[in-house]
Design a protein around this ligand. Structure first.
Ligand code: B12
Ligand code: SF4
Ligand code: SF4
Length: 398
């Protein structure tokens, strides 16, 4: 692996800027002192790294968004793809914007083994609890500091109005890897990213790493992806990415259902396989789930719960149209992969969903029943009024 050239290590203090340009006249202090204060405030608020970038447009990223969208790789996602011009021009979110203070929140953790055959599903690590709320709180502390000094601010974190990884790269936090994630040198990619946009003219990071520069010849993420979604170095085809398919509306594509395994939300494989993450974990073993973390989900309990209960419990996840039917759809696919078809409670749950008024759930229950060898449950559905359900039943009985 090549070393990442000239990226500031996590604990290094920010370089003091040269006097003159961009002096913090409002606060009556040197910009260097304000920058260092912002970094200190962010670190005290729990951020693992804080960097500063200029707020000029991200032209290359805009081109990438447009190219991916034109090629269909965005799978119809809105997010930053919905309005690439706005997502890559911070001034559209704050007139007069000059700087971005970018923070990284660590969420590395040791995933528990999900025992097979028990109907236990796994949750991607960033979603074990509402980490974005933690990140926004830390960014709020930075924004408050800026406002006290007389500057305007906007917090942009996992927001359609800013490409977080491009901002973090420009702020010198690390490099964009072949799995498209931003990696921090020596610490890896288990970080969430967010920014405070401001009209303060701060001095930006001195060194920015090129995409892929820390990966060298490694391609483990691409090899580890269960669906081959990383179609080229740094290029993700969301139509195949399990993390997106779990969030997408409609039917879960039949060709990727087995690859889903026991996942119920998100996918971590292209990060688990990544050597910099492994090395970082060896240096500092990540903690096990904390009290209250939701690292696994009991699929039968999920499938038994009503809508209100599901949205209360999983409301911090991105669920298409905030509709609990998609949680059930995902749970049925996962159950088909990790459930025990011989268990009476699994059969009872399948039977109930095979009779559900929602054809989406009947269709996915039919797939799960076929996969678990419960073909006898399917015969009553052969004459189902819905063509997709009939097709699923026929495929399962074949
Ligand atoms: C849309 C989205 C998704 C989509 C698409 C992901 C994608 N790769 O674009 C889906 C739903 C699949 C997704 C999945 C995940 N996401 Co997401 N997602 C976003 C979101 C909202 C926008 C991302 C975006 O704009 N993509 C646009 C495309 C063009 O960017 P890109 O694919 O990264 O392309 C870059 C590279 O190609 C690079 N590049 C260009 N040339 C070259 C050449 C080489 C050789 C290389 C290596 C790179 C390279 O430059 C391009 C950008 O200019 C951001 C939040 C935000 N507002 O930014 C979070 C975000 C990217 N997601 C995040 C996370 C945590 C995840 C998951 C890990 C969650 C999970 N466990 O399931 C997975 C990881 C999947 C993956 N491998 O990316 C974090 C990433 C943190 C980090 N350290 O990087 C973000 C930043 C959210 C946050 N605020 O923290 N996500
Ligand atoms: S999140 Fe999973 S499916 Fe998506 S690119 Fe990474 S390994 Fe592949
Ligand atoms: S697995 Fe290898 S190629 Fe992929 S992001 Fe990590 S270091 Fe880069």
């Amino acid at each position: 692996m090549q070393p990442v050239a000239r990226v500031r290590p996590l604990d290094a203090p920010l370089r003091a800027p040269s006097a003159g340009a961009g002096a913090d006249r409002r606060a009556g202090a040197g910009v260097g002192r304000l920058e260092q204060r912002l970094v200190d405030v962010g670190r005290q608020a729990g951020l693992a790294a804080v960097g500063i970038a200029g707020a000029q447009p991200f032209h290359a990223t805009r081109r990438h968004l447009q190219e991916r969208r034109a090629a269909g790789l965005h799978a119809g996602m809105h997010f930053t793809f919905g309005n690439p011009e706005r997502a890559t021009d911070p001034a559209r979110s704050l007139p007069g914007a000059r700087s971005l203070i970018v923070g990284a929140l660590a969420y590395a953790a040791t995933a528990p083994d999900a025992p097979s055959g028990t109907g236990t599903a796994t949750v991607a690590r960033y979603s074990w609890r509402d980490r974005y709320a933690e990140l926004r709180r830390a960014l709020r502390a930075i924004a408050d500091e800026l406002q006290r000094a007389g500057w305007q601010t906007q917090i942009l974190c996992d927001d359609n109005r800013l490409v977080d990884r491009a901002a973090a790269q420009r702020a010198g936090l690390g490099w964009i890897g072949k799995n498209t994630l931003l990696l921090l040198p020596g610490a890896g990619s288990w970080f969430l990213l967010g920014s405070v946009l401001t009209d303060a003219p701060l001095t930006a990071a001195a060194a920015v790493a090129q995409p892929g520069s820390g990966c060298g010849t490694c391609r483990r993420c691409r090899q580890a992806c269960p669906t081959g979604a990383l179609v080229a170095d740094g290029v993700l085809d969301a139509r195949r990415c399990l993390a997106w398919l779990l969030q997408a509306p409609g039917s879960f594509p039949a060709e990727h259902r087995q690859a889903l395994g026991g996942r119920i939300y998100g996918c971590d494989d292209c990060q688990v396989a990544c050597p910099p993450n492994r090395l970082a974990a060896r240096r500092q073993p990540p903690p096990p789930p904390a009290a209250g973390d939701q690292a696994t989900v009991d699929l039968l309990a999920l499938l038994d719960a009503d809508d209100a209960e599901l949205l209360a419990r999983f409301g911090h996840w991105y669920i298409p149209r905030r509709h609990a039917r998609y949680l059930r759809r995902n749970a049925l696919v996962a159950l088909g992969n990790v459930g025990d078809g011989g268990a009476p409670e699994v059969q009872r749950t399948l039977r109930r969903h095979l009779a559900d008024p929602d054809p989406l759930l009947r269709a996915h229950a039919a797939w799960a029943a076929g996969r678990l060898g419960c073909r006898h449950l399917l015969h009553p559905l052969s004459g189902d009024p819905d063509p997709q359900v009939r097709a699923e039943v026929q495929a399962a009985l074949r």
